[in-house]
Design a protein around this ligand. Structure first.
Ligand code: ADP
Length: 164
């Protein structure tokens, strides 16, 4: 017979294994203002995400270029690269049943004007400054979540994180 505390551990491992991971960022515009940064952090806590890892960091310009290389050539690319390396940001690995979609829903539309009109209760609708300085980032698929988690947390084992 398995002792009950082991049952509890096995249950917790099965539960965490079923959770989806996403990479969330609080961008430099929000980190520069402690009250705004705290409001975004509270949004994470209030929506029952498990914070698996978090750290504060500052990008060099080439980190920013690597992360956003798919946008190279777009009219806002230079502005985006400079903004993302302009100051510290906060990176999170978040876990939830539906982490990717839930975080993107909470963030709201990319463009702040759209967010303010269509989704004023979202993070970008409430706190975004411009289409570039739009407070947060979130992975948009399981593939991008894996890639982006490794970008920010290279030592993190995406496949077996619940065993650590
Ligand atoms: P999201 O962050 O919503 O997934 P994208 O991946 O399309 O959006 O764009 C990455 C980032 O590039 C956006 O979060 C925003 O900071 C910036 N960006 C996107 N579109 C524009 C735009 N039309 N004008 C200015 N900045 C933009």
């Amino acid at each position: 017979m398995v002792p009950s505390f082991l049952n509890g551990i096995m249950y917790t491992m099965r539960w965490t294994r079923s959770l989806q991971l996403t990479l969330a960022l609080i961008k430099p515009d929000a980190v520069a203002h402690p009250i705004i940064c705290e409001a975004v952090h509270q949004k994470i806590l209030n929506n029952n995400f498990l914070i698996v890892r978090s750290k504060e960091l500052k990008w060099r310009v080439d980190d920013s270029q690597n992360f956003y290389h798919e946008h190279n050539g777009r009219f806002f690319y230079q502005r985006l690269v400079e903004f993302m390396s302009s100051g510290p940001m906060r990176a999170y690995i978040l876990a939830h049943d539906d982490a990717i979609q839930l975080w993107r829903r909470l963030m709201g539309p990319t463009k702040v004007f759209r967010a303010r009109i269509d989704a004023p209760e979202t993070v970008r609708g409430e706190l975004g400054l411009t289409d570039t300085r739009n407070t947060t980032h979130g992975s948009d698929s399981t593939d991008s979540a894996c890639r982006e988690i490794s970008f920010f947390f290279p030592e993190f084992n995406v496949s077996h994180w619940y065993e650590e």
